[in-house]
Design a protein around this ligand. Structure first.
Ligand SMILES: Nc1ncnc2c1ncn2[C@@H]1O[C@H](COP(=O)(O)OP(=O)(O)OP(=O)(O)O)[C@@H](O)[C@H]1O
Ligand SMILES: [Mg+2]
Length: 348
């Protein structure tokens, strides 16, 4: 994957070209101080104009005395939410233009790994503070900000990126209507159900019509119009059978290959085997994969972002060194407890 391919998948590069075929959206440049705030790990205080100062527990002077023995004037901590009045106004205006409810993204990614933290457990936002909460909690957003060119094979200096807040009109997309399409050398070679963790009865049943409507959409509106010849395209097929563009992604490891492997997608091996045998007229048809009822339904891939990475590694035994450290810690604690117990025993 080349850096240029990543650059071409930025929302502001493709949106003007395909506006007619996707969800209405607005793009706002993000000021440098907002980027710094998003990258700052120190505090998760979320800026909002009505209530821009929050106090830590230490500030609650009416709390029970027992709880706050350590609270006096010297130790009182006040965390002030930064304010971005101009940016805040622009964002609110854009949200209003888009109907009051938006789906937020940065240049490439949405904070899909952080929806559990939002009050509504969704990526639907109505204000800048909703957006900040999601963005500050998301590793995907941090990735966009800190290492967008990870996995790129060229040694050239990183292109300059102008960070942008993308606000998309909120749309109730049914997961069973979403598909990821892999395009190599301007040819649509593979289509996959986007949410592969679930079995959707209608997908396997309607495979032929889904596949041909996506192929038609691709030929009519996308092929040769995107600045690269290799890319990954996400689409939505609505209940009327109409296909919409959702997103473009780089053709490479950084993009989830879902039920295919990157080896299959780059080499083309195995793709033909999925197609109806012996029908030469169908040779042009992309390979199609969906989760069938025989495949066990799998947990959501984003679940692992809800707990600290260390817990996950320990529970799966993924990182042996972490496990050794953890066992040493446990042993240390045990020894400490034992010696405390001995000290507490009456001396006869
Ligand atoms: N405008 C919208 N309103 C509501 N939900 C949306 C909207 N746009 C996208 N979604 C949902 O959010 C999901 C992720 O969106 P999108 O593909 O833009 O994010 P992404 O970060 O690029 O994901 P990926 O890393 O998989 O490429 C979509 O599959 C869809 O279910
Ligand atoms: Mg994407």
């Amino acid at each position: 994957m080349k850096k240029e391919q990543v650059v071409n998948c930025q929302f502001s590069v493709w949106y003007p070209l395909f506006k007619k075929h996707t969800i209405k959206s607005l793009i706002l440049p993000i000021p440098q101080n907002v980027i710094e705030y998003l990258l700052d790990d120190g505090t998760l205080v979320v800026s909002c104009s009505e209530n821009n100062t929050q106090h830590t527990e230490a500030n609650h002077s009416d709390s029970d005395e027992d709880d706050i023995q350590w609270t006096d004037d010297e130790t009182t901590t006040t965390v002030t939410a930064p304010e971005f009045p101009e940016f805040s106004i622009k964002v609110q205006e854009a949200i209003n233009v888009l109907g009051g409810r938006v789906f937020p993204k940065l240049n490439w990614s949405a904070p899909r790994d952080a929806n559990w933290i939002a009050l509504n457990s969704s990526l639907q936002c109505q204000s800048l503070s909703d957006i900040f909460l999601l963005f500050k909690s998301s590793d995907f957003i941090t990735h966009d900000l800190t290492q967008p060119f990870l996995h790129c094979s060229d040694d050239s200096p990183d292109p300059t990126i102008n960070y942008e807040l993308v606000l998309r009109k909120w749309s109730e997309l049914i997961p069973g209507g979403e598909f990821r399409c892999f395009v190599k050398e301007n040819k649509l070679t593979a289509i996959c159900q986007r949410d592969y963790t679930q079995h959707y009865h209608h997908i396997a049943k309607q495979e032929a019509s889904i596949s041909s409507s996506i192929l038609e959409f691709f030929k009519d509106h996308i092929q040769y119009k995107f600045p690269d010849e290799d890319f990954v395209l996400d689409v939505y097929r609505d209940s009327m059978g109409r296909v919409w563009l959702i997103d473009f992604n780089p053709f490479g490891e950084i993009t989830d290959s879902l039920l295919f492997t990157w080896e299959e997608l780059t080499s083309g091996n195995n793709l033909a085997a999925n197609q109806t045998q012996g029908e030469s007229a169908l040779q042009d048809r992309p390979a199609f994969r969906c989760t069938t009822s025989e495949v066990t339904v799998q947990p959501s891939p984003c679940l692992s972002y809800r707990i600290p990475r260390d817990f996950l590694d320990l529970s799966t035994g993924e990182d042996a060194y972490k496990l050794i450290d953890f066992l040493k810690l446990k042993r240390g604690q045990q020894e400490e407890e034992e010696s405390e117990e001995e000290g507490a025993r009456p001396q006869l």
